[in-house]
Design a protein around this ligand. Structure first.
Ligand SMILES: [Mn+2]
Length: 357
């Protein structure tokens, strides 16, 4: 596995790359260009600049998270072809810079949602929490206000203010887009881009829904094993793969993560590793990464990944905010560093126990 860390760039992240470099066993960064809006072409010189800044610290650019999909593609409007052309150009430009993995999601409007970004745990650390009962009592547009009021001034991925300004027209864009329609639009997109990905050696990795159920009546098509299998069958290619996000899929207790890895592990192109703690019906918090701190069996998941021979990039996903750190909610240095050290330990144990048996 390639051990990675999500990093938002010199201007967008509070954490100096050198600090990431000091985490034991770290191989690289999953990076992004924060100035890019969905639909923009990522130019070679911009990608190269990002790559150079990472390589200067002896780290590798393991992939991009995310190259966002324009709403015209997701909603299937008349302008989609031009944006797919742009996307294809970005794939080619990434390949020209020797970058080979793109994490993306295909979710209308809300990429991820939480209701509390700074929930205080008993030990004084802070977690992100999702509570469906809060969402049930609010308007979709209020979700933006709720998230922004808690972002501590950080620009949060997927909650760009530029999109908020166009919120009503965005909602209108998705009018009539059912789950079936959204799936067809993904099919249209993948059918066009995957042949290019194959040629360019760039692996796509779709991120599951967070939370993995419908919110505000917007369709969701990456919620469970059935959904993911359906997506993988659109184009039967290793380049059409998934981001296995344990915290997203694991928020639904009906999702058996070990079974998922065993069934579709050969198509996992990227792993997000984090734990969640169930607090009630459709209510959960993002805990520390350890199995004992949350509801998921992290060792069993790691063991399954080792068993299926996963060799791609893996990173600790959202952590708590601890030790008084001032950081983007979910993306502090300390708890994610503890998280990756723990998951490297799980990995070593799983590999050695497999050899012993
Ligand atoms: Mn994730």
């Amino acid at each position: 596995m390639k051990w990675g860390f999500r990093w938002y760039g010199e201007k967008g992240d509070s954490i100096p790359l050198n600090n990431v470099r000091q985490i034991p066993g770290m191989n690289g960064i999953v990076g992004t260009l924060l100035n890019k809006l969905p639909g923009d072409v990522w130019e070679v010189n911009e990608i190269q600049e990002l790559k150079d800044s990472i390589e200067k610290e002896n780290l590798e650019l393991l992939g991009i998270e995310s190259v966002a999909i324009h709403d015209a593609i997701k909603a299937g409007t008349a302008e989609r072809d031009q944006y797919i052309d742009n996307y294809i150009q970005t794939i080619k430009n990434l390949s020209a810079c020797d970058v080979h993995m793109i994490c993306y999601s295909f979710k209308p409007i809300f990429g991820w949602a939480k209701t509390t970004l700074n929930y205080e745990n008993e030990d004084g650390s802070y977690s992100l929490v999702y509570d469906q009962s809060v969402v049930d009592n609010m308007e979709p547009s209020d979700m933006y206000k709720l998230i922004h009021s808690q972002s501590k001034g950080f620009k949060l991925p997927g909650w760009e203010e530029e999109r908020l300004k166009k919120f009503n027209s965005l909602m209108a864009t998705y009018e009539g887009v059912t789950e079936e329609k959204l799936f067809e639009n993904l099919e249209y997109f993948l059918t066009r881009i995957i042949p290019v990905c194959e040629e360019m050696d760039v692996k796509m990795a779709i991120h599951p829904d967070d939370p993995p159920w419908e919110i505000f009546d917007l369709p969701r098509i990456t919620k469970n094993l059935e959904d993911l299998k359906k997506i993988l069958s659109i184009v039967d290619s290793p380049y059409n793969g998934i981001t296995f996000c344990t915290g997203s899929l694991g928020a639904d207790p009906n999702n058996d993560l070990v079974e998922m890895v065993r069934e579709i592990g050969h198509r996992i192109n990227f792993v997000h590793f984090r734990n969640v703690g169930f607090m009630g019906e459709r209510k959960f918090k993002e805990t520390a990464h350890l199995s004992t701190e949350g509801s998921l069996d992290m060792y069993a998941i790691m063991e399954a990944l080792v068993d299926v021979g996963f060799e791609g990039p893996i990173r600790p996903d959202h952590g708590r905010t601890v030790w008084g750190e001032v950081a983007m909610p979910g993306y502090g240095l300390y708890d994610r560093a503890m998280g990756i050290t723990y998951l490297q330990g799980l990995h070593e144990a799983a590999v050695k126990s497999k050899k012993a048996n």
